[in-house]
Design a protein. Structure first.
Length: 102
């Protein structure tokens, strides 16, 4: 009974976290998010089709916010394996400059 009365008497404190509710700057943030995610999905599509996988699936999965990071990490691993199979040395920053054809 005491716990119930404590829960009923608590006050709610609203912290000033940014949200997607309509206020002054969120229209710009939403526009930038959509524009950058569109650019990212185009780049992911081009990389995925270049290595021979389903580019449409990867481009769609990038739009899911939490899943997009894992999609890019998986695609990075596939691309590294593809380049290594083609005979390139792949380091942490990509293919070495001396391995690229002129």
């Amino acid at each position: 009974m005491l716990a119930l009365s404590i829960l009923q008497s608590t006050t709610v404190v609203h912290l000033p976290f940014p949200s997607l509710l309509p206020n002054s700057g969120n229209g710009v943030v939403i526009f930038l998010y959509c524009a950058l995610t569109l650019f990212q999905s185009v780049c992911v599509y081009r990389v995925a089709t270049a290595i021979g996988t389903s580019g449409i699936l990867y481009a769609i999965l990038v739009w899911v916010p939490a899943l997009g990071l894992f999609v890019i990490i998986h695609l990075n691993g596939l691309t590294s394996r593809f380049l290594k199979a083609a005979g390139f040395r792949v380091g942490i920053f990509g293919v070495r400059r001396e391995d690229l054809p002129a």
